[in-house]
Design a protein around this ligand. Structure first.
Ligand code: GRF
Length: 199
């Protein structure tokens, strides 16, 4: 694996996890990582402002700009290959990656999920739906998971988890905020450990 490790971050929204990663890099906590590109599936999202603020080049690759899913997926792949990406971090990316992309980067795509996988993962479980499901289940704790991406949603090997308590009378928003605080610590820490181990 080359040094530095060239990382792309894929986003679709606010990008608070993106910012946690970029902040960690600025603080010297990701010595082996170079963030080479941010790719957004949506134009105008705040994540792009954060990329700008930290001086990381960004590009929008949105499904609507392409005639079909295949062309969209190849454009996404092109946007990664073009800048010689080694590792991909999904940070609130809301589109599916196709088999070809997953195969090409197998074992080098990380995702963060706002629950303790394998619980509360899978198609349809994203955003506040995750926290609503946790509260409805009566679980005493929740948390977040960084895992490797494979062909199934929220399924690949777990790299790290952080736990938070579920408090009596929690709203989904309160639980989400408590989990998000942990996400912002866990993702940079896990990316550091992951890149340190790459050979
Ligand atoms: C986070 O909760 C993350 O776990 C999930 O999507 C959310 C993204 O938030 N995959 P942000 O865009 O990083 O603020």
């Amino acid at each position: 694996m080359p040094n530095p490790v060239r990382v792309a971050v894929l986003v679709s929204g606010g990008g608070s996890n993106l910012e946690a990663l970029l902040k960690a890099k600025a603080a010297g906590e990701l010595p082996r990582v170079e963030f080479v590109r941010v790719v957004s599936s949506k134009p105008g999202v705040f994540a792009l402002e954060r990329a700008k603020q930290y001086g990381v080049p960004f590009v929008v690759v949105e499904r609507q700009a392409f005639a079909d899913e295949e062309r969209f997926q190849r454009a996404l792949e092109g946007a990664l290959v073009e800048v010689k990406v080694d590792v991909i971090c999904l940070a609130g990316y809301l589109r599916r990656l196709d088999r070809r992309l997953i195969e090409r980067y197998r074992g080098r795509i990380l995702n963060i999920h706002p629950a303790l996988l394998p619980k509360f993962g899978g198609a349809g479980l994203y955003g506040h739906r995750v926290h609503e499901a946790v509260l409805a289940s009566g679980e005493a704790e929740s948390g977040c998971t960084v895992h490797l991406v494979d062909e199934e949603y929220d399924h690949g090997p777990v790299l790290a988890q952080a736990r938070v308590p579920v408090l009596k009378n929690d709203t989904p928003e309160q639980l989400a905020a408590r989990v998000l605080e942990q996400e912002h610590r866990l993702y940079p820490k896990t990316l550091r450990q992951f890149t340190e181990k790459l050979v």
